[in-house]
Design a protein. Structure first.
Length: 388
């Protein structure tokens, strides 16, 4: 049960928002949202290098890099989470069969039930003790860290047992240095050959400092979520007031119409039509701005959740690699203004009905409907209706 809960928690980070499945060849956009390479290719089809494409979630525009969408950076952290999720699911199903023996025996048509004891991170294979001994005799490129298979391991423990990310240029070396000039994690060999004149530091210490900044940004963004909630609450209150005023105006119009009977029936209908159109327009506009604010709230909440997952479950290398983009994106989200940056305008419609006691004109005798639409020039957080 605990394992299934932990796996479902990982799905918040490892699921593609486009295909709603596990991320395949995960690629991260500048806004930090991650998608399958195939999905983002379909999303940006017919777009050329250097052309702008909007993110499917937050609509932040990004530029197609040289080499197309395949040149978008991989999300190594998500790839590791997917591998942990797969291994955790396998462990939760009981005894794990050796993949190597299974492949060898299936070729000969034999059935295999040999229990696996270790999992190789590089080979991504479960191996029994015998296959493991053969595996260790070969000098294979890469780290090839082995994880002992145990049904008692939970997702968090599996994450800790996975090795630090290896260097892209030197697969047999782990990244242990952070270059401030290039803003990337490198191995010792990369430092010697390319970064020894740059400002560098131990990646674990840098990760601690960047993690603190990420935590601070998460707290600041939580205030943005609260702001979204406050604005939505005020809009809901304004909508109720507006609907009440519409209902009140309808009542007054109908009462006045009954007094004057058929003489002013056509005029009554005309006013009701105006009121109905105004109501529909206002409600549609309210629904639109609420949807926009809720979408922004979800974007901020998802960003906080993802940032926290990276901070709490990511290795030092993961944090070092992602912190720059996360912090930059966090600053963008913190600068988001409800007054200026919403894509949808929100206007406040004033509704009132007045009756003019005069015999000069039948229409004036019946009454006039006042509909006043205010532009969104004041803060959404302090929107109020005025009774005219």
């Amino acid at each position: 049960m605990a394992a299934s809960v932990a796996i479902r928690r990982l799905e918040n980070v490892t699921e593609c928002a486009i295909c709603v499945g596990d991320l395949t060849d995960a690629r991260v956009l500048p806004c930090v949202h991650t998608f399958c390479l195939g999905c983002i290719e379909k999303w940006s089809q017919n777009k050329q290098t250097r052309e702008k494409v909007s993110c499917p979630i937050c609509r932040e525009e990004f530029e197609i890099p040289e080499g197309g969408t395949t040149a978008l950076p991989k999300n190594c952290f998500v790839e590791k989470l997917l591998e942990v999720k797969k291994l955790s699911t396998t462990l939760s199903q009981g005894d794990v069969v050796c993949d190597v023996c299974c492949d060898d025996k299936e070729m000969s048509g034999e059935r295999v039930t040999k229990k696996a004891s270790v999992y190789c991170v590089d080979c991504r294979r479960n191996m029994c003790e015998q296959c493991c001994r053969h595996h260790q005799k070969f000098r294979l490129p890469g780290v090839h860290k082995l994880i002992e298979i145990s049904s008692e391991l939970d997702v968090d423990e599996l994450l800790l047992k996975f090795p630090e990310n290896v260097c892209d240029k030197h697969p047999d070396k782990c990244t242990e240095i952070y270059c401030f000039d290039c803003k990337e994690a490198v191995c010792m060999m990369c430092y010697i050959t390319s970064h020894n004149s740059h400002k560098c530091s131990d990646i674990k210490q840098v990760a601690k400092d960047l993690g603190k900044q990420m935590a601070s940004n998460a707290e600041n963004l939580a205030a943005k979520v609260a702001e979204c909630q406050t604005v939505l609450k005020n809009i809901d209150e304004n909508e109720k007031i507006f609907c009440n005023k519409v209902a009140e105006s309808e009542k007054l119009i109908c009462e006045r119409a009954e007094e004057l009977k058929q003489m002013i029936e056509s005029h009554k209908q005309s006013l009701l039509e105006q009121l109905s159109v105004s109501k529909d327009k206002q409600l549609k506009q309210t629904a639109s701005v609420c949807e926009e604010i809720e979408r922004h709230q979800i974007v901020v909440e998802n960003f906080i959740r993802y940032s926290n997952e990276v901070k709490e479950k990511g290795t030092a290398c993961d944090i070092a690699k992602l912190a720059g983009k996360l912090n930059a994106r966090s600053e963008e989200l913190q600068k988001f203004s409800m007054d200026k940056d919403l894509n949808t305008d929100y206007n406040v419609t004033e509704v009132s009905f007045t009756s003019l006691q005069t015999d000069d004109d039948l229409k004036q005798l019946f009454g006039n409907l006042a509909i006043d639409v205010h532009g969104m020039c004041t803060s959404l957080c302090s929107l109020k209706f005025h009774d005219w």
